[in-house]
Design a protein around this ligand. Sequence first.
Ligand code: GLV
Length: 309
Amino acid sequence: MALLFISENDDPSVWKAELAKAIPELEVRVWPECGDADDIEYALAWNPPPGLLASFPNLRFIQALGMGIDPFLTDPKLPKSVPLARLVDPDMVRQMSEFVVHAVLRFHRQSTLYADHQKKRLWRQEAIPDTSGATVGIMGLGMLGADAAAKLEAIGFRVRGWSLRPHEMQNIENFHGRGGFEDFISGVQFLVCLLPLNESTADIINKDTLALLPQGAYVINAARGGHVVEDDLLGAINSGHIAGAALDVFRTEPLPADHPFWPHPNIHVTPHIAALTNPITAARLVAENIQRAAAGQPPDNLVDIRRGY
Ligand code: GLV
């Protein structure tokens, strides 16, 4: 059995070493050196070139190298009969919650204002904002959203969540579906997007939805660039309606050097680092899934292609 590793972002040598510890007999090939296409039974992939996965007749399992599977959904030739699994690594969930909590707290505790005061050598104590009166709204209540919600709630924020389908979480006000969106977003001071990107969630942060946020709200996007209509967000920030944004993902990555987000004083740009796949923690989970597939069992975190996540 051979596994094909397909990624331009991830280091194949670390993955090979980690997978060999768990399944010594697994032959790992690294794309584009595929060898005989008939040998490939497993693919461990991120952003595979469209059509590539369809060229392996004996492929029996595809493991995504990330939590989001949108790069697979856009492949028109994706072999839909081959099970595809997302990578759900508790270490990545922890990384993502750190990013979200940090982004919320940075805005909430007025870090930009104090950085500005420091430049002016100005010693001035501002009132500390009331945490229990501040509402964080999390879009997407899967593993990522649920963890971030619980951590922000533990700090003392009021937390509400919105998802396409109903999700119940203790101490979190839950909203769902298009019908629940307006009630969810009105009154949210920190809007956090952790949704999967698919047909129902693309462009969800746009001028109409931003207009529903109260004056002075902040937007944090650590999901996908395709969730945000960038010109609409820029317009809402420049008009003063939205106070600022922390953006880790963009419609074009790397973010082009002339993009207006780079120099913007109220926009924090990071280069898609909210959560990075860590082979040291993830290889064991991937190996377990390969063993499941080899035994004819369904993998963990199987994606429902029609649902889009
Ligand atoms: C990264 O963006 C991922 O989907 O894991």
